[in-house]
Design a protein. Structure first.
Length: 444
């Protein structure tokens, strides 16, 4: 059977009943909606693209079980690939490269797909995901721009374009693309997310909080990452505005507890709890519930960005498994796939040592380890706002170490941040502490 998906891409399907679940994956994936998982309802259909979509869905677990769970679906996709179209074959090959850990090849295939079939926005978004995890922000932007002439009618493309612009520090273009997406479809959570990034970066804190809360009623039916992550951004605005109790309430009601077993929900909780503490907010016993779920992650080593946050969460909960995870990171790094090996060895290992030291009150060790990692931190992926956690931890270590040299370095970091974010009570409190230690008056 031949047909077309909801974006107009031709399909090769064995079972006509698979069209609905397949379109749920296509539409759900680009819209960050939970219905993407409905493709599993068609898992018995041997159609190569259906099987490849099922494999990709399993890979998004970002856990050690992801590859073995994805492999049977990939095997079936590859077995039938000869009867699939060139577009479908390329997508299957890209998923195979992902499963094999060859991310450079996966990205190359997604780039080729964006040129040849620019309305294959599933491929495009997956390519952006890989670029994001490598810190290749220009690659994210190139992918979205390649599809723009052919897919400008799709609001979700403009959301993808907005985030690519924002991660490349092109704020005006990012805001324009995000607002275009939202004008076309108010429920575009990825565009909300991109615009939230812009407003946070530009210090538009009260405006950003009002905007995100103003569209939050549309965050229905989303996958757990998207809904918890957008609320995570709401909490960041609240922390900087000094609205501590509201921020803790957002954590308790919106960020932690949606899918506690999911990796992205776990790191969202870790990074938010860490930010609370770095801002001087008492989190009570909250670390222990998160750590109970992190202790299953000791052997994952899927992405360095994830492992670092698992490690910090375990350490802040006082779990001895933090040492086990550090040893695992150190052992895995030299064996990591070529595309990410330098990030594991040169960034993740020193950062992990620094974070463990920080969590245990060893500020000299934190300064050393994090200081080595920070210049290359982009290589572990994550967004600017997410990686800011590690910079905040290093800054806190400088302040707590308290020597004149450390405070001098802290002043050089903090003053430009306060200049750019004058609404941030958090930053102003920290700057006052630094100036007091340096025996200097606060600037007018």
């Amino acid at each position: 059977m031949h047909g077309i998906d909801l974006l107009g891409n031709p399909l090769t399907l064995d079972d006509p009943a698979s069209l609905g679940p397949l379109n749920d994956f296509v539409g759900g994936f680009i819209a960050c909606e939970a219905r993407a998982a409905n493709v599993l309802a068609a898992a018995q259909d041997a159609s190569p693209l259906v099987q490849a979509y099922c494999a990709a869905l399993h890979m998004f677990a970002e856990s050690r079980e992801a590859v073995p769970n994805a492999r049977p679906f990939l095997d079936r996709a590859q077995a039938g690939a000869a009867r699939a179209s060139a577009r479908e074959q390329r997508f299957i090959a890209a998923v195979a490269a992902w499963v094999d850990g060859d991310i450079a090849r996966a990205i190359a295939l997604h780039e080729e797909q964006a040129r040849e079939h620019p309305r294959d926005l599933v491929s495009l978004k997956l390519g952006q995901y890989h670029c994001f995890n490598l810190g290749d922000c220009p690659g994210m932007l190139r992918l979205a721009l390649a599809a723009l002439p052919a897919a400008a009618d799709v609001p979700y493309l403009h959301g993808m374009l907005a985030f690519g612009h924002e991660q490349c520090h092109r704020m005006r273009e990012a805001e324009a693309s995000a607002r275009r997406a939202i004008a076309m479809c108010r429920k575009e959570p990825w565009a909300h997310h991109a615009l939230g990034h812009v407003m946070l970066t530009e210090g538009r804190l009260a405006e950003g909080l009002d905007f995100m809360r103003g569209v939050s009623d549309s965050w229905t039916g989303l996958n757990s990452f998207m809904v918890t992550h957008n609320w995570w951004h709401v909490a960041l605005f609240l922390i900087d505005l000094g609205r501590d109790a509201e921020a803790l309430d957002v954590y308790d009601t919106q960020v932690w507890g949606v899918v506690k077993d999911y990796t992205q929900d776990q790191i969202g909780a870790v990074s938010l709890l860490a930010r609370f503490e770095l801002a001087g907010i008492d989190v009570g016993a909250r670390w222990h519930d998160v750590a109970a779920h992190l202790q299953t992650r000791l052997d994952d080593h899927v992405l360095p960005f994830l492992d670092l946050q698992y490690l910090y969460g375990l350490a802040r909960a006082g779990r001895p498994e933090a040492d086990t995870l550090l040893r695992g990171i150190e052992a895995f790094a030299p064996t990591a796939p070529p595309a990410t090996r330098a990030a594991w060895e040169r960034v993740c290992v020193p950062a992990a040592r620094g974070l463990l030291a920080h969590a245990r009150g060893d500020m000299a060790g934190a300064i050393e380890g994090l200081g080595l990692a920070l210049p290359r931190l982009i290589e572990i992926g994550g967004s600017h706002a997410q990686r800011d956690l590690f910079e905040q931890a290093w800054l806190a270590a400088l302040m707590r170490e308290g020597s004149e040299r450390s405070l001098t370095m802290a002043q050089g970091l903090l003053q430009p941040q306060v200049n750019g974010q004058p609404e941030s009570l958090r930053l102003r409190r920290q700057l006052a502490q630094v100036y007091a230690g340096l025996r200097l008056p606060l600037p007018a």
